[in-house]
Design a protein around this ligand. Sequence first.
Ligand code: UD1
Length: 421
Amino acid sequence: MDKLVIEGGVRLVGTTEVSGSKNSLLPILAATLLTKDKCVIRNAPDLRDTLSMLRILRFLGLNTDFKENIITIRPNGLEKYEAPYKLVSTMRASFCVLGPLLARYKKAKVSLPGGCIIGVRPVDLHLKGLSKLGARLQIKEGYVFAEAKRLQGDHIYLGGPFGSSVLATGNVMMASTLARGTTVIESAACEPEVVDLARFLIKMGAKIKGEGSPTIEIQGVKELHGVDYEIIPDRIEAATLIMAAAVTRGEVLVKRARAEHLTAVLEKLKDVGVTLKNVKDGIFVKGTQKKFKPFDVVTLPYPGFPTDAQAQFMTLMSITEGISVITEKIYPDRFMHVAELNRMGAQIKREGPYAVVHGIKFLSGAPVMASDLRASAGLVLAGLVARGKTEISRIYHLDRGYEQLDAKLKKLGARIERVKE
Ligand code: UD1
């Protein structure tokens, strides 16, 4: 197992580049099950989650090839429709194969993904949507058994207790592309990754309107064809790189960061005192030399502040003198990083879905443990600003969703090493 060793205190300077979006890629890979043609996906990040999804697709009878950020998928005629527990449990996004399998083969058997470290994470909205499309669903022995001769479009409300759901919107949208008639999804997720998936499907021949708004309309078609598609840059990786520059008070050009996907994050950083400039192909960050100003964050569905940037902002709050508050409205238990940041000297108290951060002058390096993907990113930022040495173990979490983050930071001057434990 690898760990990261970071000597903090270096101001990051230079140019870096954002990789392709993980959260776009995973459902888009599932969408390739909707056609019998070849699909090519460009700008695919080389991540552990990418490899997990490709493993599932191979299990389902697709040939996959992945070289230099280009994925080529070719069905091999096997038409398998069962996704087993050992594959689905490694990554929740793999539950997204359910909609495409059902639409294409009329039946599917997909393992329920189970809980994860950031909370319960149910899939009831996925199931509600597919059942509204006419699927007969049964849950047996930890699996969803789904069947439908041909799905039938309907009016579907997909709002849940925490608002819209990104992957449920994707799953139902994919299934309805091949359904009879028109499907309207209300309270659809508006995330850029949902828009990217819709554009991929439209390029395959699907008829979709309203992507990026809470009402998406899909007119079913008989079949979809192969595509060659480039996915969008990863807005959460962009946010993390921008934050790395900001917390170290550095000067970094983050190429391919798209300001239009990052409004809530950039607004907060400006409030704190970071100078940001939109340039032709990205965002230029100039960390202020003045004191950061304390601030509050409430995570919400897009275009609200992303839960996936919450841990990174908690690190910034930790070194911002004064009191800042985080309200986590998507995953009320997503606070595993609190205890680790406190080991580095941070003063954070968690009460239910709130974290109250008493910002201090500096963090001290310490051995800490990564618990999930974004918590790991928060700890990396903490290591970059802390005095002394930070050792982050279990960084396989980081490798699930960041393409060579340590190498990118090193190129900007960070003293960061990956070592075998
Ligand atoms: C996606 C992202 C993840 C991000 C999350 C929220 C991918 C691969 N992952 O996850 O990085 O943190 O969006 O922006 O795109 N919920 C239900 N019932 C459901 C589904 C979800 O109650 O059937 C709840 C969840 O527990 C959570 C909220 O809805 O509280 C939003 O979750 P959701 O948008 O579904 O997250 P994912 O799509 O799994």
